[in-house]
Design a protein around this ligand. Structure first.
Ligand SMILES: Nc1ncnc2c1ncn2[C@@H]1O[C@H](COP(=O)(O)OP(=O)(O)OP(=O)(O)O)[C@@H](O)[C@H]1O
Length: 480
């Protein structure tokens, strides 16, 4: 007997699918089956959704005992209370009411309703005998920007099956992007972006008075959460084409460090090979600042000496450096790293720079000396020391091959599409965050010149006079 076909609708399109058992039942059998199903579903629903069940039961009780008018009055009062709550405390309202409600609606309407068909169409269901099986949705959590769909995989499936289908999944569920996160063996979370939290510029973030070197607020993640950058015990490399917004990552980091700089337990040593154009504006926050080749090499060599002295002092006593005003945490900021590692015309200086930099990069992390370097071209010929930066930030890149160079093998396949970031969204990039195998899309906060003016007055490093203009410090190198 040939296969009989029925019509199924997905996203408004119609597809022919084989008719299933029961499709040809007569009316009486269908009705009997419906009643039986309802008798099972009602108690099942009540157990699974006690909140909704309680709401329905109380509403029915109010309407029958006190009348519909009283019920409407109670609803109106509840709506007013919710409205006032939303207006006065929007974030707690969103957490407690908005997001759970959104999760319920989007979970049912966007995902569960057409999940099996979508899995089949995307090639993610599988067959066994005459049956077809689809992976199972465990739960859906939504906020204003993303839906996180937790999925239990089928036997024989792996996260890689989903990683190769992210484009298909995104367009099937009407999302602008999809990323796969492996939670534990056999369970993944699909992150669907349905509104882009990073489309608009993220304004400069207010630094916390208690600077946490393990979680500096520097921007926003696509989930809407704050992007926090770790500096303690690591070095950070920021890679991006010209105009990608590397400056905003550097300035957001310096802004987050501001209170520590002001209090003297954080020092910034800044090197700006572009003649001081990028960094001079905030020079009052720097303990050392150089922009000519010779002084830049000197600062780097001094950093290497500091690293070696600290290592000698700490040896056998402690393995963890504790920053304090007498032993500050030092951040060496290098704006155009390639100039120092590949393009410096003087070979003798270039050699001195290479050896000092490799000391700082290989030994500095443990003794409270970290490096933040920015570079346009991530190739090894340009940045031979690339692998000594454990933390990498990949902004807009010109070639897809550069993505894995920066974030590691397979990063682009796992969703870090740096080569697709539009030029109109500077500061957007991908990072690897502790505990996540998959890259996270982020946008650095935009620190304007006016913000920098305010910062350098509020967070001037001890020894700098408040209100110092860049001209006071622009020649060669300035030490406090
Ligand atoms: N996070 C951001 N949000 C919004 N606009 C930004 C952001 N970062 C940078 N911009 C804007 O984008 C432009 C380029 O930024 P920036 O100079 O930081 O890029 P870059 O990567 O350092 O480029 P280059 O390597 O050429 O110096 C500037 O006009 C800047 O104001």
């Amino acid at each position: 007997m040939g296969v009989r076909w029925a019509t199924d609708r997905v996203n408004g399109d119609e597809y022919d699918v084989p008719r299933r058992p029961g499709d040809d039942d007569c009316l009486a059998v269908s009705l009997a089956k419906g009643v039986g199903l309802l008798a099972l579903l009602v108690p099942w629903y009540a157990l699974r959704h006690p909140g909704t069940t309680a709401f329905l039961v109380v509403s029915a009780w109010l309407a029958t005992t006190h009348g519909v008018a009283v019920l409407l009055a109670v609803y109106t009062l509840a709506a007013v209370v919710l409205g006032v709550w939303r207006w006065t405390h929007p974030s707690s309202f969103t957490r407690a009411v908005g997001d759970p409600f959104r999760s319920r609606v989007r979970g049912g309407w966007v995902y569960r309703r057409r999940w099996r068909t979508a899995m089949h169409m995307c090639g993610l269901s599988t067959g066994w005998g005459s049956e077809r099986y689809a992976p199972h949705i465990v739960r859906v959590r939504s906020n204003a920007f993303t839906d996180r769909v937790r999925v239990k995989l089928l036997m024989g499936q792996s996260p890689a099956d989903f990683e190769t289908r992210t484009d298909e999944l995104a367009s099937t569920f009407g999302a602008t992007g999809c990323r796969v996160e492996t939670v534990k063996p056999g369970v993944i979370v699909l992150h669907f972006a349905h509104a882009d939290a990073l489309a608009a510029t993220v304004p400069a973030l207010e630094p916390s008075e208690t600077v946490d070197l393990e979680a500096l607020p520097v921007g926003m993640c696509e989930s809407g959460d704050t992007w926090r950058l770790r500096l303690l015990g690591t070095h950070a490399l920021v890679v991006g084409a010209t105009g990608a917004g590397k400056g905003s990552v550097i300035w957001s980091t310096l802004r987050a460090l501001g209170p520590g700089v002001r209090d003297g337990w954080v020092q910034v040593w800044a090197l700006d090979p572009k003649g001081g154009i990028e960094l001079a504006l905030g020079a009052a926050m720097f303990t050392r600042f150089a922009h000519d080749p010779e002084p830049m090499v000197t600062v780097n060599e001094d950093a290497a000496t500091l690293v070696q002295e600290r290592a000698a002092r700490m040896r056998g006593i402690t393995r963890l450096h504790q920053p304090s005003p007498s032993e500050p945490f030092v951040l060496l900021v290098i704006d155009e790293l390639a100039f120092l590692t590949a393009y410096m015309p003087d070979r003798a200086l270039s050699k001195r720079m290479a050896s000092a930099l490799s000391v700082v990069l290989s030994q500095g992390r443990a003794v409270g000396v970290s490096v933040m370097g920015a570079v346009q071209d991530p190739r090894k010929e340009i940045v031979a020391v690339r692998d000594l930066f454990p933390t990498r930030i990949a902004l807009r890149l010109t070639e897809r091959g550069q993505v894995d160079m920066v974030l590691g093998d397979g990063a682009r396949e796992r969703g870090a599409h740096c080569d697709r970031i539009p030029e109109t969204t500077p500061g957007v990039g991908y990072v690897l965050i502790d505990g996540h195998r998959e890259p996270v899309r982020v946008r650095a906060a935009h620190v304007t010149d006016a913000d920098i003016h305010a910062m350098r007055d509020t967070y001037a490093s001890p020894g700098h006079s408040i209100g110092a203009t860049p001209l006071d410090v622009i020649a060669g190198e300035v030490a406090a």
